[in-house]
Design a protein. Structure first.
Length: 169
């Protein structure tokens, strides 16, 4: 788990990898958070999940395939394939970690003449935090380190809440 510095509004990024039993490997979870007052907790403003070792890339118009694949290789990609029916490509990276997505996107951004667009391979967003004003104090439900606790030592209620809210009834 990694926590970034807060911006001028106090919003910070908390990110971590979840190991997945799916074929695509680990999932990168990004929470945009803001400290909750008066309790020493935080409010999750937005949650996004991405396949940790994949990004979606669109080549620039008229770019030669060799130039495009050279840019992917420079970014560290090990495989790529076009996504049927679109101008986008699914690009895979070896041994994904928390730095894979931002580093690959930074390298591809420097190839603006070759790459028209690049983004993480998102799995969707969620953030159905209960509206209980004392929720941030209930560390067993979502432990963010409030009151000196161990971040993540909880029952993963928010993640379960997101899943249950989307499940068919």
């Amino acid at each position: 788990m990694r926590t970034g510095l807060a911006d001028e509004h106090g919003v910070f990024l908390r990110e971590w990898l979840l190991q997945s039993g799916e074929n695509y490997g680990p999932i990168r979870v990004e929470n945009r958070c803001k400290p909750a007052q008066p309790v020493n907790g935080e409010t999750v403003l937005k949650r996004e999940a991405f396949v940790a070792g994949e990004i979606i890339v669109k080549p620039g118009d008229g770019v030669a395939r060799d130039d495009f694949t050279a840019a992917l290789t420079q970014a560290g990609a090990v495989s790529w394939r076009s996504i049927f029916g679109s101008a986008y490509w699914l690009v895979r990276f070896p041994s994904p970690d928390l730095d894979t997505k931002p580093q690959a996107l930074a390298v591809l951004a420097r190839s603006a003449e070759t790459v028209a667009a690049a983004e993480g391979n998102g799995l969707g967003a969620g953030c159905l935090v209960p509206d209980d004003p004392r929720f941030s104090a209930q560390y067993s439900m979502q432990n963010t380190g409030q009151n000196g606790g161990l971040p993540g030592a909880d029952v993963r209620l928010v993640q379960a809440w997101d899943i249950a809210a989307r499940a068919p009834t």
